[in-house]
Ligand binder design. Structure first.
Ligand code: MN
Length: 511
């Protein structure tokens, strides 16, 4: 069997950079440009120290010529460490200087509209001060050319000392890091999609063109062969880890009736780690219909890999696995969790409708409340041994859920705002990990909008992220986002917007 050679780490990426470019022009002379450089450094230093900003902020020399700007943008494109560029026109920077550079830029762009001073020095202000601190003027000139060039960008206006400004720029750095992770993401598919299922299908070549993500399929017996080679010693050691970390059902303990089931699950986890993580894959899929020589549907091992930041979806659903990886990278370090999810069943009590979401086994313990319990039970489908899984309820918290569908001419993301809640009653007979949530909008409206948008049953649920994070990422990667929020009140208006968006894309007006 051929195995991938890469040994790069698939856990969260190393810290990347965003470049901070300040615009000016040579007309001002050296003394002013030195002041611009000093103040630019003060602003970028505040961002660099902000806990919200998850990339290193690299201050570049003040940009005062078209050549320097073009060169900086080409360098940004070429530098694998750079995931995005922040621009600010401290003084007036005639925007023809920016045409060639912006036109060349292929990295995410944030236009930070700010100024060095918070307050105006009313009693001492003179023309020198006015000319030095004229972002109100210079940033308008710059924004015009960015718009004229059709440059997709995030725009944040406000003083750098404002917490909300730091949070918004921080959220953009998270989105830029996630978009970068997609560019280097390799997805490993064990088998193909579940038979007859439509929404899990899609154009993988288009996804590689769009996102830079690579997809390759392996026979599940390639994985089974690795699982078969796992040593008893490695299994012993992993079982001790399970016993330390989780509430393991008594029957699975060493020497007990079903100890062998846990050993099989541990061997599958070790095989997956070797194949997926050591293989340099950041996401993978399985298919319960195609398990080859595997004795159990992978459950516990999949859950633990997801908790480490690996994207996953069942039934061959590579699109949701990709979303899982992207959202896990974007959420890294934030409170809350992010998991593969499936809308399963409802409580339709009028006015307090609830969703019960789960999957066959594979829900990520990053969303768990308390210590997960490891149990073994029969699976309701398939013809393998009973699979071991973690069982838990999800920790309450505000969050979002997002799915991805392929409309034939493009991808669409559909998202919904929700609040995960404690289940109204215990569910002692449901032996799987699950989440119970309320959507933020009125239930019928939110649900009708999701259905009208063609949103899938597979999704990624995150209590770490907000709709704003999803919007920033959708802008950067150029995928349509049909966002249902707590302010969504009218299904007709939502559907009408989908139609306008269809027209926009079909007219080829760009992503
Ligand atoms: Mn499913």
């Amino acid at each position: 069997m051929q195995r991938p050679e890469s040994k790069e780490c698939c856990a969260m990426s190393a810290r990347k950079q965003v470049w901070f470019l300040t615009g000016s022009q040579e007309l001002y002379g050296e003394e002013i440009l030195r002041q611009v450089a000093d103040q630019s450094r003060e602003v970028s230093d505040v961002l660099a120290r902000s806990p919200h900003v998850v990339a290193d902020v690299v201050a570049k020399p003040v940009m005062s010529s078209a050549d320097a700007i073009r060169r900086a943008m080409l360098d940004a494109n070429a530098d694998d460490e750079c995931v995005g560029v922040i621009t600010w026109m401290h003084t007036f920077s005639p925007a023809k200087l920016w045409i060639k550079g912006l036109d060349q830029l292929r990295k995410p762009l944030l236009h930070f509209h700010t100024q060095a001073n918070l307050k105006l020095p009313w009693s001492t202000i003179d023309m020198d001060f006015m000319n030095l601190n004229q972002a109100a003027h210079g940033d308008r000139e710059y924004a015009f050319i960015a718009t004229r060039l059709g440059k997709h960008r995030a725009t944040v206006a406000g003083h750098v000392s404002t917490p909300q400004v730091q949070e918004r720029i921080g959220a953009w750095t998270r989105a830029a890091v996630a978009a970068d992770a997609l560019k280097t993401l390799k997805v490993c598919r064990f088998g193909d999609n579940m038979r007859y299922v439509a929404v899990t299908e899609g154009d993988k070549v288009e996804a590689e063109i769009n996102y830079g993500t690579e997809f390759n399929t392996w026979g599940v017996n390639d994985l089974a062969a690795v699982v078969d080679k796992v040593s008893d010693k490695a299994v012993d050691s992993l079982i001790s880890e399970y016993l330390d970390l989780y509430d393991v059902a008594e029957e699975l303990h060493p020497g007990k009736d079903r100890a062998e089931s846990l050993r099989v699950a541990a061997a599958i986890e070790l095989g997956l780690r070797s194949f997926v993580v050591d293989g340099g894959y950041g996401a993978f899929t399985t298919n319960f219909e195609d398990l080859g020589g595997l004795r159990q549907l992978p459950g516990l091992g999949v859950q633990r890999l997801m908790a480490e930041g690996i994207g996953f979806a069942g039934e061959g659903d590579w699109k949701t696995a990709v979303l899982g990886r992207a959202l896990k990278v974007m959420a890294d370090g934030l409170p809350g969790g992010t998991s593969f999810m499936e809308d399963y069943t409802y409580d339709l009590t009028a006015g307090s409708e609830l969703s019960l979401g789960a999957h066959m086994l594979e829900v990520c313990p990053s969303i768990a409340k308390g210590t997960p319990r490891i149990e073994v039970h029969p699976l309701f489908v398939g013809d393998r041994e009973d699979p071991v899984r973690m069982v838990f309820d999800a920790e309450p918290g505000d969050g979002v859920i997002m799915g991805m569908c392929d409309l034939g001419d493009r991808y669409r993301w559909v998202s919904n705002e929700l609040r995960v809640i404690d289940p109204p009653e215990p569910m002692p007979k449901l032996p799987i990990a699950r989440a119970v949530w309320q959507v933020k909008a009125e239930w019928s409206t939110a649900t009708e909008c999701w259905l009208a948008a063609g949103g899938p049953h597979h999704s990624v649920l995150s209590t770490a992220l907000t709709t704003d994070h999803l919007k920033l990422l959708s802008e950067i990667v150029g995928t349509e986002l049909a966002a249902i929020t707590e302010r969504t009140t009218d299904t007709f208006e939502f559907v009408e917007r989908l139609r306008w968006t269809n027209a926009y894309h079909r007219l080829g007006l760009g992503s």
